[in-house]
Design a protein around this ligand. Structure first.
Ligand code: SF4
Length: 289
């Protein structure tokens, strides 16, 4: 059932998307046929996560670009540490929440808008081409476009912003709470959320870029869609481009150098064990890293 026209328009795309998602996820509005379709797709994706054996080892928009040293190690042919074998449930739940969110948006998105999901895209012109260490395709979670300015304009101001790129992220409780308040113009982007968006923004050319957090721990919590500025993504793009240079030398522990202790949660250090799949190699070859 479509989101109703509000008495007062939503002030921005973030709150509009949160309202669509919130309305669409209700049991009295989720369209039954849409629910069936997306639950089937979710099952396919989730079962794949449970028997997933090995990640394909290439630099891609979602991996090995959030730190120049990761990219360097990949280009040198080093193997990242494998994911822990108990990661399957987390990935499976993530696939479910993504698919059910697509269904909720399909159910509730008003006339005047069109949503596309899991869209295959080329990568931007600055992405490495024909490099055996880099993937040359990608896909974005969701693109929402205005198809009828008059109808869409009853929900929010679409005079300038008519195309939104949306990346959904399922988050544990701590990350979700941080996501609500964190300043994305100055944050240690260990998991590469901003790098990924910078790549896709370069090819989709959206007017609005949203990082939409879904709480994995509290499923009745609202969607939190944070708008990411183009300036922030431009900075990310320049940083990544330097790691794609033909004559790249070992840049040292780049993420750690940039963010210091803030990067310990991802790089390891202090009392944190870290998540970076190259942390052992990095620490071993850079004692300060
Ligand atoms: S441990 Fe940190 S600095 Fe080292 S490669 Fe990984 S992300 Fe980069």
């Amino acid at each position: 059932m479509r989101l109703e026209i509000p008495d007062t328009r939503y002030p921005d795309w973030s709150r509009f998307l949160a309202a669509v998602w919130g309305w669409g996820t209700r049991t009295d509005t989720y369209e039954p046929g849409v629910a069936k379709y997306h639950c089937w797709r979710a099952g396919e994706a989730a079962s794949g996560s449970l028997v997933w054996r090995q990640e394909q080892r290439k630099v891609r928009p979602s991996s090995f670009i959030n730190c120049a040293r990761q990219t360097f190690f990949m280009r040198e042919g080093h193997d990242p540490q494998p994911m822990p074998p108990n990661i399957g449930l987390t990935f499976a739940v993530g696939h479910f929440l993504h698919e059910l969110s697509y269904g909720a948006i399909t159910s509730a998105l008003p006339d005047g808008f069109k949503a596309s999901f899991e869209v295959d895209v080329d990568l931007p012109e600055w992405w490495p081409k024909n490099a055996e260490w880099a993937n040359d395709r990608g896909h974005v979670d969701c693109i929402i476009e205005v198809t009828d300015k008059e109808k869409a304009g009853k929900y929010l101001d679409v005079s300038e912003k008519r195309k939104a790129l949306v990346d959904f992220k399922t988050m544990g409780g701590y990350s979700y709470r941080e996501h609500k308040k964190k300043d994305y113009t100055s944050v240690a982007d260990g998991f590469g959320y901003l790098s990924q968006l910078a790549v896709y923004a370069g090819t989709v050319q959206p007017d609005v870029i949203l990082l939409a957090g879904i709480s994995r721990d509290q499923l009745t919590a609202p969607l939190v869609a944070r708008q990411i500025s183009k300036d922030t993504l431009e900075t990310e793009k320049k940083r990544m481009m330097s790691a794609f240079a033909d004559d790249l030398k070992d840049p040292g522990p780049e993420l750690l150098d940039r963010w210091g202790e803030e990067a310990h949660f991802y790089c390891g250090g202090g009392r944190r064990s870290g998540y970076c799949p190259f942390r052992e190699r990095c620490h071993a070859t850079h004692p300060g890293g």
